[in-house]
Design a protein around this ligand. Structure first.
Ligand code: SAM
Length: 214
């Protein structure tokens, strides 16, 4: 039988710690959440490899390092309400759920939302709420959010998401062209938004009213 806990520990020690992920709570969450549960059974052996993997519908579950660095940049304390755009497999939402109060996650492809919701139920992740829709419009009924994470490539930060961010809130998003981006973190302050650019990355496109056209 495959020792998935061992593979998870190895993933943390060889992919995350050497690349500078330091937040112990993030590392613990990555040791804890069964990533192999978020991919199809044929790919379970590769679930802890250093890469993104296909999840159907032309979409991907992000590379473990990308999940870790985006989560670390959100600087979660356990008290936040978090909005994620791009549920995909549900893995990133599961990590966020371990580190925050509530997670609201939106996916535009209904079959992916349904699969992710089934995983949350089966794993008893009870603080994650998912729905299908255009995440570039946010989730106004549940706003404001302390943190927002977009896990798809965005031409810019959608205005509705900025409007749904709390004071002192943080947004982490890959911004750039359709084919290559850089992680951007913005923090909402009294005097405006502070911007910091981080690692280069490649995500599937954010498609919607305030994203790319289909
Ligand atoms: N966070 C995911 C995970 O842990 O598996 C990986 C996300 S995948 C890289 C990007 C996802 O964003 C895809 O599932 C895609 O369908 C979704 N997406 C793209 N545009 C969207 C939009 N406007 N609203 C919601 N989801 C969107």
């Amino acid at each position: 039988m495959t020792d998935y806990q061992k593979l998870r520990d190895l993933m943390v020690e060889t992919q995350l710690v050497p690349r500078g992920i330091r937040d112990k709570a993030v590392l613990d969450a990555m040791r804890n959440v069964p990533r192999h549960y978020f991919v199809d059974s044929a790919l379970q052996y590769s679930a802890y490899d250093d890469m993104a993997l296909p999840i159907g519908e032309g979409q991907t579950i992000s590379q473990p390092y990308m999940v870790a660095i985006m989560t670390e940049l959100l600087a979660l304390t356990g008290r936040e309400r978090v909005l994620e755009i791009g549920t995909g497999s549900g893995y990133q939402a599961a990590i966020l759920g371990m580190l925050s109060r509530e997670v609201f996650t939106i996916e535009r492809i209904a079959t992916l939302t349904e699969k992710a919701m089934q995983r949350f139920r089966e794993l008893s992740y009870l603080n994650i709420y998912a729905r299908t829709g255009d995440g570039t419009l946010g989730w106004p009924e549940k706003a404001p959010f302390d943190r927002i994470i977009i896990t798809a490539a965005s031409p810019k930060i959608p205005d509705p998401l900025k409007e749904q961010l709390s004071d002192n809130g943080i947004i982490v998003v890959p911004v750039g062209s359709r084919y290559s981006q850089q992680l951007l973190r913005i923090t909402k302050t009294r005097s405006g938004y502070e911007e910091e650019y981080h690692t280069p990355c490649v995500f599937v496109p954010l498609i919607g009213e305030h994203g790319w056209k289909e």
